[in-house]
Design a protein around this ligand. Sequence first.
Ligand code: CS2
Length: 504
Amino acid sequence: MAPLKLNSQNLSRILSAARGQIKIPTYQRGGAVKEGIVHIGVGGFHRAHLAVYVDKLMQNHGVKDYAICGVGLQPFDTHMRDALSSQDHLYTVIERSGKGSFANVVGSINSFLFAPDNREAVIAKMAHPDTRIVSLTITESGYYYNENTHELQSEHPDIQFDLNPVNETAPRTTFGFLYAALARRRQQGLKPFTVMSCDNMQKNGSITRHMLESFARLRNPELANWISEQGAFPNAMVDRITPQTSAVDKRTLADNFGIVDAWPVVTEPFMQWVIEDQFSDGRPPFEKVGAQLVKNVHDVEQFEKHKLRLLNGSHSALGYPGQLAGFKYVHEAMENPLYRKFVWQMMQEEVKPLLPDIPGVDIDEYCNTLIERFSNPTIMDQLPRICLNASGKIPQFIMPSIAEAIWVTGPFRRLCFVAAAWFHYINGVDDAGRPFDVDDPMREVLQAKARAGGTDPAELLSIKSLFGDDLRGDQRFLSEIKRAMEDISRDGVMKTLPKYVDCH
Ligand code: CS2
């Protein structure tokens, strides 16, 4: 039988003609369920993570009050809107590992609003009594957070626009929408919804709270107080490696599973979510589907720290040097024995000693699992994806480990090598002289500084919003990173790498 277009009507035919291991939603959708979650930023990660947890709740636990209404704020979100609306908001999560592939058709996204079409509709949706949670995957830049001052970038033109009362019904930023909807809820005597960040940032919930309260305080201090007293902003550690979907992924889904999906998601079998149990207006029983609900914010922070420093830090170690060396995928770099050793030694010798013990977590086992996950050749995780938006990543994933290692006089040479590789990467030319795209919201300023500095890191390190002041005065750090920059620019990554790997 010819592959079938994914939509509600075709679901049972897709199942009966199934060519591989497949699951379809058998729960009610549309008007039969309430949309308790409004999610801003429907990309691959949301669709492989939160939406899958909710799908399991709907499929196996009869949950009917927490279907998701997706929201897109950015012009590029039209693609997601069109893909989802062409297939009744269903989509396929393709899980791949050495053990094979599994296609999970997910139905937890019930509708989608594209904000630029109708901003008022988004505010009304968030203010609706059925909405209990507004969740976010808006990436680091969506928070307008200054890493140096830890304050809201209140002078940013987007924030200035949203702070102007005349724009209250047509905001641009996430905070503008949250503010307008919360003001309306308060007026209607409703509780504030929980704002649940699912972004990959240390203290994601606390940052969201601080940014929104700061925004609200500039508009209406009374509302800010109400949010501060009654709002909830759980911190969370989120984890699932989710590469960008390729045209080949769509073709193999049609060939191997008989499903024509405008935008499937490819991911690994592993998923993890540790979330602080702080909700202002109820929550679904996430613990029934594998999420770890934690009472103590400190515990969540420990999990976040492990994940950001080990998983994401190692990803950075694979990404920037890897792309300079000409690798295309994470697993390719991992297949190189020297590179694999480098990643292992960075985790074990430089990062692990800085991490807190978490009861029940064996760090060595965690590192071993990471090596296995990074080596999964079936998901084809692209290095350019890992390298995207580095200015929001390196200051979180690598620099804090360097700063702490200096503080405790621990080793940090390999971490410096990664930072140096990023600095070199900013020039947009690999070790073989091939140009590549540097996709970063701060690209222009970064490239100007990189050009001005050459192999001297001082220019780049002068960007205070990224690096603060702490490291710039440390001579050990400066000479370490300078040496690595010189080596990489003279000899390239692969010739420099042996200096950073102990071959015992
Ligand atoms: C990656 C993450 O973009 C990156 O830097 O490290 O997207 C990573 O795949 C996820 O955090 C895994 O949970």
